[in-house]
Design a protein around this ligand. Sequence first.
Ligand code: CTP
Length: 418
Amino acid sequence: MNTMTQTLENKSILLVISGGIAAYKSLELIRLLKKAGCTVRCILTKGGQQFVTPLSVSALCEHEVLTEDTYKMDHIHLSRAADAILIAPASADLLAKMANGLADDLATATLLASDKPALIAPAMNHKMWSHPATQTNIEKLKSYGHQIIGPEEGDMACGEHGIGRMSEPSEILRGIEEQIHRSSLPPFLPSSLPLQGRTALVTSGPTYEPLDPVRFIGNRSSGKQGHAIAAALAAHGASVTLITGPVTLPDPAGVTTIHVETAAEMLTACEKALPVDIAVCAAAVADWSPAEQQDHKIKKRKRGNPPDIALKENPDILKILSNHKNRPALVVGFAAETKNLIENANEKRTRKNCDWILANIVGQTTQKTFGEDRNHVYLITASTNEDWQPMSKHAIATRLTEEIANYFETKAIQDAAE
Ligand code: CTP
């Protein structure tokens, strides 16, 4: 048993299962929680009962499942007895009720009667997720101190594709482990979020470098990692500016998002966002752009010769920010390497003068990374390199944010001692 799993031993988890096809995954979640040594109590909402039966839930958690407020003070006892509250799946309806303080059934009354930050795993159709009403509710819930895990992008039960799938049970388990691990920290109040008062800029996505009005040089970056980092920093209290190249992802809630196209525009937007405490450069900035941009579409030549396209090098945004007169206190870059990962990433860290690098191997033997939901990164600093093992990009974002919060906490203690 690893140390994180030990965190869950003898812990009491209250799991709220609301309506959604993803409710079937909550059965696996109960199994994982039990395996980790938790006591699991479950509230199954009316909607949840349309997808899983009280009998299967109670058989797995080995406790009677709660569906009605049979005992008058259930909602009070349940929230007090739990070490952590987990809502999986959280439907759009439940999120709206929680965000607005409604308490018309056992689940919502219990959640309103609780002063614990809940871990919420939303699951819904992608249009419902990206609707401004849901995004406003999510922002409100984060401001109350709740943590959101997922949702992930993928095929939906309704046959559509988009962001709205509930995170996998193993990811949710990791999320609750992290939350319990953190629960030794002061109780949740918006003002006690670890990055409250800090400012951050994050670059994300690709850049497109135009050749002419219809063509460009670009790359396949999805922006998933950068967007997840911006969202995680905001969820931990930072005031975040996300500067993103062209992506299909929705703007993260609670983050100021600036859309750019070229590396030059990205640099201008980054410099405009300074000063900030934290910069995370996750964008896959195109290294080169056409030396000249044509005003009209480049036409095919008569003899069939392709045009010669001269390139010029783009500004290195990470390097410029790391050497800026308004340099952020902490600058984090990424490095994709095909060999000698630690050595090359460390060289990149020193050459660009940034503080940390999240490095990953790309190439023949590993996953392609671009567009994927998971990655395997190493955190490289001046003094350490840590293997973070494969995990989702959301989990990487949370872990990086926690490392950043620890960095500023340690720095504040050191500054106070001087
Ligand atoms: N980066 C940047 N501006 C550029 C190129 C890269 O800000 N013009 C940042 C990326 O956002 C990333 C880091 O630099 O944080 C490393 O990018 P990477 O492509 O791995 O390194 P390069 O500098 O392009 O070096 P090489 O391709 O030679 O490995």
